[in-house]
Ligand binder design. Structure first.
Ligand SMILES: *[C@@H]1O[C@H](CO)[C@@H](O)[C@H](O)[C@H]1NC(C)=O
Ligand SMILES: *[C@@H]1O[C@H](CO)[C@@H](O)[C@H](O)[C@H]1NC(C)=O
Length: 685
């Protein structure tokens, strides 16, 4: 009886979802021509730094991220690039100062860029402390490369020094979208520079699409005086204005650049803004004295909320029409709504009937984790969600909300009614129907895992379960999953990678100490929180694969260790375990095999990601690699426990010697089964 009740619940939820689906195209058709609907909201972001001194703004380090050679000068209250206290030789330095939070600069659906205005005062000098000389003279001409106002996709990449102005580096390929307005004081003809005193607009390339001779407006960028730039961008008209003048002087009536400019191909939805600068053979200190930035992007409410959904149902029943439906023709869609409403009423009645009956039926078959009604619930206690709650949170599982997918299902980003952002994993029916998978056990595991808390585990807010669907609701982490950072366009520095490996080891060691296991360890299960701490989420809960169940309790922790080994190697190498070689051959290059081969030849450094450049602790990287290889050993041949791995990483425990050659017949290599978390793994013995 309980299950048929659940079935009707499900039916009810499905109809609500169906209604949402039906409404969506109507709204799209019936409102404005851009294919958008609902009220348009202007979302404004305002940043203001009257100066950059930590005495007036103690939290300056939280607001502005410094990268490379850059510092805050307390004496002058400025950002200084390069940082003269860090190094004696100021030649060939590059640095960035980036506002720490991303800013929405593009609507991905309409591809319309946001509008923004920014103004900043800057000065180039040859010493770190002396204020500007009493007046610009031809004598103090310095020779650094220049400064840019920059819009970049991440806040950890630094570009090359010299003529690259810290804008791009060798690892930035065509996918690294960056926009810069350069104030260039070196003449590099090979980069298309007209002279050593120009402003340029750089779209995804260090070669400017437009250059302006600053001398034409009487400005000499490196004369030691304080200049001010105003940059205005109108996203709707795709039009840019740049003004350049002296700080404290009048706003120049004449723009140095004013013209159409489409930034949208060079923007992602969220970007970081700030400054970059560099020196080459000649040096100067680039100071930014003050900065204001305002952006306005437009948000559309595209799909009605549940309240709207429900209101419409009530309106429909009362025979009234709503604003939006009034605008539509009486089409087949309206008819479908009518049919849906009638069926919905029947479903509600039947559901009520069975609910009445259910209260008399015992609770034992209301499968797992019964909801206790009396006790008030602490706000963050994991709970059961209804399908309609999740459906409205994810806008009826809209494709726009998809953040990832794997063999187990699809992850959606969603917003609960209370405004909390969540990540919903919806297990695929293929996974749920796979042989040997017991849904009740899956839900029970979700309940068990949701009760443990650790700083390196993504908190579970709840789950949703009925006869058809199993979903898990996690906290949403704004920085996304590690694989995007690791295999994306930026370069994750080694110190951060090492921290990530440690965090994940801690999380697994904690889980194992509670006799639990993650069962889905891989880079896409690791997320980065706002402070870039790694948190492990996207639990597997059960091992997939039919035979595995019998052995599951024994093997799952060992499989976690194996998964961690591959994970650690991927982090060190900056590539996925299986990658197709670039030459177009469809030949797989197995990272695990490669790692062992390099170990046999004593050339493990060759596995370390070269994109990280020289700023790597090679010794540490090789140690992590060795730990990774150890974790892939057969269980009887020395695979460590996660507790031991934590000890290896903190150097509290010596790392056992790896066998000199790879133990033979270890693993099936190209097995596509995800018996071990998507990685192929040794057969269970
Ligand atoms: C949003 O901004 C645009 C362009 O700046 C303006 O035309 C429009 O009136 C604003 N809308 C609202 C609701 O403030
Ligand atoms: C830049 O402008 C100055 C002054 O107007 C002029 O002397 C110089 O030749 C110009 N340079 C170029 C490359 O156009």
């Amino acid at each position: 009886m309980g299950s048929s009740c659940c079935f009707f619940r499900w039916l009810l939820c499905s109809f609500i979802s169906l209604l949402c689906f039906i409404e969506y195209p109507i709204l799209v058709d019936s409102t404005n021509k851009n294919g958008l609907s609902g009220p348009v909201i202007n979302v404004t972001k305002y940043i203001s730094f009257p100066d950059f001194s930590s005495s007036t703004n103690p939290r300056i380090h939280h607001h502005v991220t410094l990268l490379g050679s850059a510092k805050f000068s307390n004496e002058m209250g400025t950002i200084q690039i390069p940082d003269a206290s860090q190094t004696v030789d100021l030649r060939h330095q590059a640095g960035r100062a980036i506002y720490s939070s991303p800013i929405r600069l593009l609507d991905p659906l309409t591809q319309s860029p946001a509008s923004f205005q920014t103004t900043f005062a800057f000065q180039f000098s040859n010493s770190t402390t002396s204020p500007s000389p009493s007046g610009p003279t031809r004598n103090n001409i310095y020779g650094g490369s220049g400064l840019t106002f920059i819009i970049v996709p991440d806040e950890f990449t630094v570009g090359r020094p010299g003529p690259w102005l810290g804008m791009l580096n060798d690892a930035c390929d065509d996918l690294y979208k960056a926009v810069a307005i350069e104030f260039d004081t070196r003449h590099n003809p090979e980069f298309g520079d007209p002279n050593d005193n120009h402003v340029g607009i750089n779209l995804g390339s260090i070669i400017s699409t437009t250059t302006i001779n600053a001398s034409d407006v009487g400005v000499s960028l490196n004369d030691g005086s304080v200049h001010r730039a105003w940059i205005q961008y109108d996203g709707q008209r795709r039009f840019m204005d740049i003004h350049l003048g002296s700080d404290g002087g009048k706003y120049p009536s004449q723009a140095i650049f004013s013209g159409p400019l489409d930034l949208s191909p060079f923007l992602k939805e969220y970007m970081f803004v700030g400054f970059s600068a560099s020196t080459g053979n000649m040096t100067q200190i680039h100071n930014v004295l003050s900065w204001n930035f305002t952006s306005t992007s437009q948000a559309f409410l595209r799909v009605p909320s549940t309240e709207t959904c429900e209101n419409k149902i009530i309106f429909g029943i009362n025979g009234e029409t709503t604003k939006t439906s009034r605008r539509t023709e009486p089409t087949s869609s309206s008819f479908m709504i009518f049919v849906a409403v009638v069926v919905l009423c029947v479903v509600i009645l039947v559901n009520l009937y069975y609910n009445g009956k259910r209260s008399r039926v015992d609770q034992s078959n209301v499968v797992v984790l019964p909801v206790k009604k009396q006790r008030p619930r602490p706000p963050n206690k994991p709970r059961r969600f209804t399908i309609s709650e999740i459906s409205s949170a994810t806008r009826c599982f809209s494709e726009l909300k998809v953040v990832g997918s794997d063999s187990r299902g699809v992850s959606y980003r969603g917003t609960l009614l209370n405004g909390c952002h969540v990540n919903v994993k919806r297990f695929s029916s293929q996974f749920l129907n796979s042989r040997g998978l017991d849904r009740r056990r899956l839900v029970k595991e979700i309940g068990t895992i949701s009760r443990v808390r650790h700083p390196n585990l993504v908190p579970i807010r709840g789950w949703c379960y009925d006869n058809r669907e199993v979903m898990v609701v996690y906290d949403y982490l704004p920085n996304g999953s590690l694989n995007e950072w690791l295999f994306g366009v930026g370069v994750l520095p080694w110190t951060r990678r090492f921290k990530v490996v440690q965090d994940v080891a801690e999380a697994l060691s904690f889980l194992h100490s509670k006799q639990l296991a993650h069962k889905n360890v891989k880079t896409s299960s690791v997320f980065l929180d706002v402070s870039f701490r790694a948190v492990l989420g996207d639990f597997g809960f059960v091992l997939s694969g039919s035979e595995s169940r019998r052995f599951e309790s024994e093997v799952s922790q060992k499989a976690d260790v194996f998964g961690f080994g591959i994970f650690a190697m991927e982090v060190v190498a900056g590539r996925r375990r299986i990658e197709y070689s670039e030459v177009g051959e469809q030949e797989e290059m197995d990272l695990l095999e490669f790692g062992w081969r390099m170990h046999e030849r004593e050339e493990k450094v060759k596995v370390v990601d070269r994109k990280m450049g020289a700023v790597v602790s090679w010794e540490q990287a090789v140690r992590v690699l060795e730990i990774g290889l150890l974790c892939t050993l057969n269980e009887t041949k020395g695979r460590p426990s996660m507790d031991e791995v934590v000890g290896f990483l903190t150097m509290e425990r010596p790392i056992p010697k790896l066998p000199p050659t790879r133990p033979v017949a270890l693993f099936p290599y190209n097995s596509a089964t995800d018996l071990c978390n998507g990685y192929s793994c040794p057969p269970f013995k």
